[in-house]
Design a protein around this ligand. Sequence first.
Ligand SMILES: [Zn+2]
Ligand SMILES: [Zn+2]
Length: 438
Amino acid sequence: MNPSDAYLAHMDAIVREKVRSIESARAPEQEHYLGQAELWQRVADHVERYRDELSFIVRDLHANPELAFEETRSAEVLATTLERQGFVVKRGAHSLPTALRAEWQSVDFDPRRHRTIAVLAEYDALPGIGHACGHNIIAAAGVGGFLGAAGIGSGKIVFLGTPAEEGHTGKEYMIRAGMLDDIDAAVMVHPFNYDLSAHTWIGRRTLKVVFKGIAAHASMQPYMGRNALDAANLVYQGIGLLRQQMPPSDRIHAVIDEGGHRASIIPERAEMSIYVRSLYVDTLMDLSTRIDDILTGAALMAGVEVERSWDTHPMSLPVRNNTTLADRWAQTQAARGREVLPFGVLPDSQAASTDFGNVSQLVPGIHPTIKVAPPGVALHTKEFADYAATDAAVTAAIDAAVGLGQVIVDTLCDDHLMNKARSEFENAGGPIRATDLR
Ligand SMILES: [Zn+2]
Ligand SMILES: [Zn+2]
């Protein structure tokens, strides 16, 4: 079999989606269902009413950054904001102590006739550089989107505070604890250096490797040793050579955590940490197999044993963008005076990973981006952190809250939209659970 078949199988879909997305961005604006314009205005009015609270969230979380799983203060700020508006907030939702869940449902809500839509908020920061991923803006936009849409239409809206996005795949733990069990679609937004209706977010697996050899005096009896560092070195070289045959958007990065302690002793133990990232679920699993083969080959060549621990944190799946809902997002932002670029205009090479991927593989979802920084200022930099607390960041949070609220209202009120979103999701393979992948 051609080793790149898994990637090649997606190529035609990539081309078609880019063309479709660019054409749809040129489509004239129109009301999609009777009364849409009035409902959108109500969402915008709601959000405007909470401008001070949302601005406070942006600046307060930014000034008090907290790391993954330690976001107690940030979670409390969001919880009390919602409680002040009369909502009941569950702390420690879906198995994580710093997770939140709040709900609004219409008086006539009937799960057999109406839909339940989730809006997600992240609020963890990065060590040393604080809110360099702008999750303080995501938090304000999520709260604002929930408050903006609550009270409009028939159905249920669920606010989910989802901790530990950075490096820990927090949403996967919550999914395993039932976070999406009653959810029909999920929406969130991420700050960025462009306004995009959808972007490429690749899947990520982590791997810890231990090589076990035999120690020996490196001068007196080197022939009695089996060098574990040699195996780590061969893996590093093997990955370097593999890169030439990898699909262009895939990534592998590795470090050697341990490689011996003294040059005069043949290292009996070496440890590596490896990240494997890919654009699709099947190509991610395919690339993982290639890495497994390199580990086996390196161990054989060095004559050592290898132990591998995949997914030291749950794997984070690639984001499956629901283009039906993403197009609707773009229209909300056009109404805010933002120029949202169609999918595919920004090169895939700027891809990172997010645990929203796991959500988007289980229900139709969107993860658009909102511009808070100039092009070239990347996520996870000190510079981006500075932009994440500006007036432009507050404006972005407000625009994003309005957009999320309007998409939520449409998912509740526009049957045609949700039928189309649902069939797009099913045509792309239906739900995929990270726990089912091997
Ligand atoms: Zn990040
Ligand atoms: Zn982020």
